[in-house]
Design a binder for this molecule. Structure first.
Ligand code: GAL
Length: 338
């Protein structure tokens, strides 16, 4: 693995790993995020050129999200029967762990070269009470990349008090390499027959799980994203695209859960988390500019592996409680095929 490091502004680094196939992937310790994934000269993920640009335009692309990904209604969680108020950065909701969460932190890091695989390990301590979350939390997020072009994210964390923890990774893909082009013609295969319904424009969950078999949101048979966009499905109409937690039929890290394809390029997603939140960047004409290109509506899409948001309202979704001293572990992998 070829490893290089350069300055990324505000004292942060950009670390680039280039494998034997000439495919490279770059990470920064600002937000423990992925910035570039370049194959045949094409950058298939969203990224900016400096920390300052993330701060000015959008801090979420590519970032590690936490302590809790997605929206928490009224920013209230129940821990051991006690109601805890979290920071309400999308008032009255908590979005992605509240303001200035993992995505704007400078993480410590080290790079480990294992020859045909290299690993960038990011470390952060989130103080007891940060954004209202109980417990001092020590987190390690490891991004690894190998000669088969598999990018894996491993999460490990431990808290000093009982708390809630549900991190994710917020990479946006656009396999055209051009964010001014929508992902409409990307083909998606997704092993999910159920989805969590959103209530209204606030995008908090409604309280029910939808069967999506044979609807516009059924991707068990691969089909273009456009089919969902024009399906007239009430949930698609509500948010102008997809911004939903899909519940995986068979949670198993060894199984391909999703595959996004354009031409001869595809990315397979595997995870041990029970759901994938897919967000199709429904920014309308409010999208920002990435390296001189104005973001199209539906100019990218995420695969945010996590326990579905809304577990406070729908217990079937899972439990995001992390007990004091217990070790949290999760893994998500993105495999590039061409
Ligand atoms: C997504 C979320 C979207 C939007 C985005 C950040 O995970 O589902 O609604 O908030 O993050 O811009």
């Amino acid at each position: 693995m070829k490893i290089s490091t350069e300055a990324f502004g505000l004292g942060a680094s950009l670390i680039t790993l280039t494998n034997a196939k000439g495919v490279s992937i770059s990470f920064t310790n600002f937000g423990a995020r992925v910035v570039n994934w370049v194959v045949d000269g094409k950058n298939i993920v969203w990224g900016f050129d400096s920390c300052q640009e993330y701060l000015e335009k959008d801090t979420y692309p590519g970032a590690t999200i936490g302590r809790t990904a997605g929206r928490i209604k009224d920013g209230i969680v129940d821990i051991n029967g006690q109601k805890i108020q979290l920071n309400q950065n999308e008032f009255p909701q908590t979005l992605h762990g509240g303001e200035d969460s993992f995505e704007t932190k400078m993480w410590a890091y080290e790079v480990i070269d294992n020859g045909d695989m290299a690993e960038v390990k990011f470390y952060l301590t989130s103080e007891d009470g940060a954004n209202g979350y109980p417990g001092k939390l020590d987190i390690v997020v490891s991004h690894s990349f190998d000669d088969n072009s598999c990018w894996a994210i491993d999460y490990e964390a431990v808290s000093t008090k009982d708390t809630v923890f549900n991190p994710t990774g917020h990479v946006y893909f656009n396999l055209t390499g051009d964010v001014s082009k929508p992902i409409d013609q990307h083909r998606l295969k997704l092993a999910a027959s159920r989805m969590v319904a959103l209530k209204d424009k606030t995008e908090i969950v409604r309280g029910d799980i939808l069967d999506i078999k044979d609807t516009g949101l059924d991707f068990r048979q691969e089909k273009p994203m456009q089919d969902a966009f024009v399906s007239g499905h009430e949930q698609v109409e509500l948010v102008g695209g997809i911004d939903h937690p899909f519940l995986l039929d068979d949670v198993d890290l060894d199984k391909e859960q999703a595959r996004l394809t354009l031409g001869d390029l595809s990315v397979s997603v595997r995870t041990d988390r029970p759901s994938l939140v897919i967000f199709t960047a429904n920014f309308g004409d409010l999208g920002t500019v990435y390296r001189g290109k104005a973001l199209a509506n539906h100019g990218g899409m995420t695969f945010e592996a996590q326990v579905s948001p809304g577990s406070e309202q729908i217990s079937e979704l899972g439990d995001i409680t992390l007990k004091a001293g217990e070790i949290y572990r999760a893994t998500t992998m993105y495999q590039l095929n061409k």
